[in-house]
Design a protein around this ligand. Structure first.
Ligand code: MSP
Length: 481
């Protein structure tokens, strides 16, 4: 398998009108695992991992007003909460972009000017349903019995001037690029979904600006002071503004992205609008990796239901490495799934305390006891579970690693080294067995590096020490419950 020269990974930039939850954490964790994996493969400086926050728009301005602070103060606060959550989870991003960053805003203005110069933007009328109570356009799908649910009023049909992007021109090229794989949309089901949208002609031209009257918190459209840049356009551009498009060293090195992660609800923006903008700018197309949405105990995650899982709480309970393991091992990438909260402690005990933790204790204890901690091993990386990571099969990679853990725990049960140790004649057999076990443990730890960087290093330190001794306090302690 040929190694890439560089690897650029992104997550969506998260809205600051919500606190970081396990959904955001999932996307950020898979991006982190892949970034750590490729740093091992091709070196730190050849990997760029971007995440950040999406900070403009009506909703943010409203949330700020509710908290009686300015939008800037509000976004500073929530953006910091995302940074704190990622620090707690030991996320190794290279850059955290905020759409309120001066540099980002400046480049967005340049991009819009360029699009206008290329003739892909035109002035038109946007027709929509406007709720005066909310002072904003409201979607048909948001109405309850034809009325705004917050104001119990029928919205007015209103027309607003916007600048539009001529999407139609680009659709044939986007379709072709998806079909040929030039624009990778993974998994196959999502690729079909996008191709379906295109062939149904269900994709009208989209707005790149909104009226100043409706949107006050945003980037000014450079040539029309009645307009602000539409938040989605502002946000999508982050993937290249973060690299200092067009002249930046990072841009030249890292674009196009090798893995853009996102949830399926923002597929259209990423697989249609974003490629259209890139094509208009004559830029190469990225690879998009779309994962499913998950629910909690069978229900949609929501503040009202009170079932939102805070990643900080998981970290406080289990530590960052274990929290990441518990989230990634629940379901395969791309699948829609349900998180079962009561499974976390069960899985922790089964996989980590009784599985890996037990293996570490048994093996190190026996090497210490029967060979005074001295056993000569030729450590060699067997690349356990690595192909799976390359294919983004994160859970499957963990399952492959856990097969070795199970095999080894079973081997100990069957071979009963404590029986072998009773007879000096069995020493060579005992030594061969322990060598195999330490060798496997080393490879298990190496394989776990991208997933559990800290625990993996602890295990490697124990078994590559001059003298192998059983860790004084277990690497995976039992829960005190
Ligand atoms: N700001 C936009 C994205 C702009 S990107 C140019 C946005 N933000 S968001 O805060 O709503 O984040 C959406 C992303 O968070 C999803 O695409 C997904 O990556 C992650 N998730 C949020 N809730 C999730 C679940 N319940 N399940 C899985 N992932 C979820 O949309």
């Amino acid at each position: 398998m040929k190694k890439p020269d560089k690897f650029y990974i992104t997550t969506p930039i998260y809205y600051v009108n919500d606190k970081p939850h396990i959904g955001h954490a999932y996307t950020t964790i898979v991006a982190d695992v892949l970034a750590r994996f490729y740093r091992q493969e091709i070196g730190d400086k050849n990997v760029f991992f971007l995440t950040g926050t999406d900070e403009h728009g009506v909703k943010v301005a409203e949330s700020a007003a509710k908290s009686s602070i300015s939008p800037q103060e509000f976004t500073d606060r929530v953006s910091q909460e995302f940074k704190d959550a990622w620090q707690n989870l030991d996320i190794s991003y290279n850059h955290f972009i905020r759409t309120t960053d001066k540099e980002h805003q400046k480049i967005v203005v340049d991009i819009l000017k360029k699009l206008k110069d290329k003739g892909v933007l035109y002035e038109g009328d946007y027709q929509g349903l406007y709720c005066v109570g909310c002072e904003k356009f409201i979607l048909e799908s948001e109405l309850v019995e034809g009325k705004c649910p917050d104001h119990n009023k029928v919205p007015e049909k209103l027309t607003e001037k916007n600048w539009f992007f001529s999407l139609q021109k680009f659709l044939p090229k986007i379709k072709e690029a998806i079909e040929s794989g030039e624009l990778l949309v993974y998994p196959e089901s999502r690729k079909k979904e996008v191709l379906g949208l295109i062939s149904k002609q269900a994709l009208p031209d989209f707005s790149v600006s909104r009226s100043n009257k409706a949107v006050t918190w945003g980037i000014d459209l450079p040539w029309d002071n009645s307009q602000k840049v539409y938040v989605w356009i502002d946000a999508l551009c982050n993937y290249i503004t973060a690299l200092a498009y067009p002249k930046g060293k990072d841009f030249k090195k890292f674009w196009p992205a090798d893995a853009q992660f996102l949830g399926l609800e923002i597929l259209k923006f990423h697989a249609v609008y974003w490629p259209a903008i890139l094509l208009a700018l004559d830029l190469p197309l990225p690879k998009l990796y779309i994962h499913g949405f998950f629910s909690i105990d069978g229900k949609k995650m929501s503040k009202t239901l009170g079932n939102v899982i805070d990643p900080n709480k998981l970290v406080a309970e289990y530590g960052s490495d274990v929290a990441k393991y518990l989230i990634l091992s629940q379901f395969s990438f791309g699948a829609e799934s349900d998180i079962k909260v009561e499974d976390f402690p069960v899985k922790y005990n089964a996989d980590l305390v009784n599985g890996l933790g037990n293996l570490i204790n048994r093996v190190t204890n026996m090497v210490e006891k029967y060979f005074a901690g001295q056993i000569k091993i030729d450590f060699k990386n067997t690349k356990l579970g690595q192909e799976e990571i390359r294919q983004l099969h994160f859970r499957e990679s963990l399952l492959t690693i856990w097969q070795v853990i199970q095999k080894d725990n079973l081997l100990i049960d069957q071979e009963k080294p404590w029986e072998l140790a009773k007879d000096e004649q069995n020493k060579p057999k005992l030594e061969a067995l322990l060598k195999e076990l330490v060798f496997d443990l080393y490879n298990i730890a190496v394989a776990l590096k991208p997933f559990m960087p800290q625990k993996s290093q602890e295990i490697i330190d124990v078994i590559t020490a001059k003298k192998i001794i059983k860790p004084q306090s277990p690497i995976f302690p039992r829960l005190n419950k």
